[in-house]
Ligand binder design. Structure first.
Ligand SMILES: Cc1ncc(COP(=O)(O)O)c(C=O)c1O
Length: 385
C-alpha cells in the first residue's frame, strides 16, 4: 500500500467532535461518521499551498474547482452535468433543510425510508413540515423498499421524497431497477426527489455501481435535487464543502432563493480541498476502499463468530457504517452498556429504530482500534449471556 491507514492519529484532545464526547474516559469512539485517517496527502499539500498564500477573503469557486467536480461526475458515473447546475453549500444537512423549506409548505409531508440518517426526519420538522417514514423490509437477507407501504403513505400533502443513495445506516447500494421504480413512484405522485449521495464514493462491493438519481432520465432529473460532497470519502467534513446538483433552472432558482441571507458561503479552504479531492485522490480512494473492505470483513466475521446475540442482518455494501441488531441482548440502553465496556456507538433510536434494538458502529478507524473495540464488545456481550 502506498498510503498509510494503520498509524494511529491522536484525535483525543483536539477539536474532534467524535473524540471530545469521551474526553477523559477510556472509550473508543466509533460513533459520528468521520474517519480517524489522515486526509489524502494531495489534499493536505493543496491546503498547505493555499494557507501559504495567506489571504483568506470571501471565496468563490474558481474554474478549475468546478471542472474537478464536473469531470468527476463524468468519469465516475458517466453523468454529464453543466457547471451552472451546481449550487455550493456549507453542508448536506443544510441542503435537506433548504429543500424542505423551499418546496413544501408548513404541514406538508416529506417521505423517507427508516431507519435513516436523523436529519432526514428532523429537517422537515425544523420548519414545520411533517416527516413521514416508511420502515424498510428485510427480504432474503437484504434491506428492501416496501413498495405497498410507500404507496399507502402518500397523501395529498406529500410533497417530496428524501432518498439516501447509498443508504446510511443500512449500507445498502440501490440497484437500477429499484431507482427506476422509485423515480416512477415520484413522477406518479408528483413528488420532488431529493437524493443525498454523500456516501456514493464509498461503495465497498466493486460489482455495484453508484447510480446517481439524476441519471435516470430527463423527466425525473427535472424534479431531482442531488446532494453530494467530498467530505465523507476524503475525510474533510470539518471543512464544510458540499454541493447540490439541480439540472432544472426553475427548481434551482427556488432552491437558491431559499438560501438567501441564511446559508453561509463555502470557505476558501473547503474549495481547495474539494478540487484536490475530486481531481487528485483516486489512488488514495482505491486504497481506502481496500482498507475499509478489510475492516468490514473482519467486523462481519467477528460478529458472526464471537458476538452471540448480535447480528449484521444484511451485507454491508457501502459506507464505513455497520448497523448492528442487538435486540436479542434485551438491553434497555445498549449505548450505555457498551460505553461502560469502553466502546462508543451511535444509538439506533436516532435513526428511527425501536429503543434497545440497534446500534451503529463506525469502522472508519485503524484495524487495531477496531480489533480492540470488538474485543471490548465481546466482553460487554459475555456479561449478558
Ligand atoms: C446521509 C448523510 N447525509 C449528510 C451527512 C452530513 O452532511 P454534512 O456534514 O455535509 O451536513 C451525513 C453524515 O454522516 C450523512 O450520513
Amino acid at each position: 500500500m502506498t498510503f498509510d491507514f494503520d498509524t494511529p492519529i491522536q484525535r483525543a484532545g483536539t477539536d474532534s467532535q467524535k473524540w471530545q464526547k469521551y474526553a477523559g474516559r477510556d472509550v473508543l469512539s466509533l460513533w459520528v461518521a468521520d474517519m480517524d485517517f489522515l486526509s489524502p496527502p494531495a489534499i493536505i499539500a493543496e491546503l498547505q499551498r493555499r494557507v501559504d498564500h495567506g489571504v483568506f477573503g470571501y471565496a468563490r469557486p474558481v474554474k478549475s474547482t468546478v471542472s474537478a467536480v464536473v469531470d468527476a461526475m463524468a468519469r465516475n458515473y458517466g453523468w454529464s452535468i453543466e457547471p451552472s447546475w451546481i449550487v455550493w453549500l456549507p453542508g448536506l444537512v443544510v441542503g435537506l433543510n433548504v429543500t424542505a423549506q423551499a418546496f413544501a409548505q408548513p404541514g406538508d409531508e416529506v417521505l423517507s425510508l427508516a431507519p435513516v440518517y436523523p436529519p432526514f426526519m428532523t429537517a422537515p420538522k425544523n420548519s414545520g413540515r411533517v416527516s413521514v417514514t416508511v420502515p424498510f423490509a428485510l427480504c432474503d437477507g437484504a434491506w428492501t423498499i416496501d413498495w405497498d407501504a410507500i404507496e399507502r403513505a402518500v397523501t395529498p400533502r406529500t410533497k417530496m421524497f428524501f432518498l439516501c443513495n447509498p443508504h446510511n445506516p443500512l449500507a445498502r447500494v440501490w440497484r437500477r431497477d429499484e431507482l427506476i421504480r422509485l423515480a416512477e413512484f415520484c413522477l406518479r405522485h408528483n413528488l420532488l426527489l431529493c437524493s443525498d449521495e454523500i456516501h456514493c464514493d464509498l461503495i465497498l462491493d466493486p460489482s455495484l455501481p453508484h447510480i446517481p438519481t439524476g441519471t435516470l432520465g430527463l423527466e425525473i432529473a427535472k424534479r431531482t435535487i442531488t446532494l453530494m460532497a467530498p467530505s465523507k470519502t476524503y475525510n474533510v467534513p470539518g471543512l464544510g464543502t458540499s454541493l447540490a446538483i439541480i439540472p432544472d433552472a426553475a427548481l434551482r432558482a427556488k432552491f437558491v432563493s431559499a438560501t438567501a441571507g441564511i446559508v453561509a458561503e463555502v470557505n476558501a479552504l473547503g474549495y481547495t480541498a474539494c478540487e484536490a479531492a475530486y481531481r487528485d485522490c483516486e489512488p488514495w480512494r482505491q486504497e481506502l476502499l481496500a482498507y475499509l473492505r478489510g475492516n468490514r470483513d473482519f467486523l462481519v466475521n467477528f460478529v458472526a463468530s464471537e458476538l452471540p446475540y448480535v447480528r449484521v442482518a444484511a451485507p454491508i455494501e457501502a459506507t464505513y457504517l455497520a448497523w448492528l441488531d442487538v435486540s436479542a441482548l434485551k438491553l434497555a440502553d445498549p449505548i450505555a452498556h457498551f460505553e461502560k465496556h469502553g466502546v462508543g456507538l451511535s444509538d439506533g433510536t436516532y435513526f428511527g429504530a425501536k429503543p434497545g434494538t440497534h446500534v451503529r458502529l463506525n469502522f472508519g478507524c485503524t484495524r487495531a482500534t477496531l480489533v480492540v473495540a470488538l474485543r471490548r464488545m465481546k466482553m460487554a456481550v459475555s456479561v449478558m449471556v
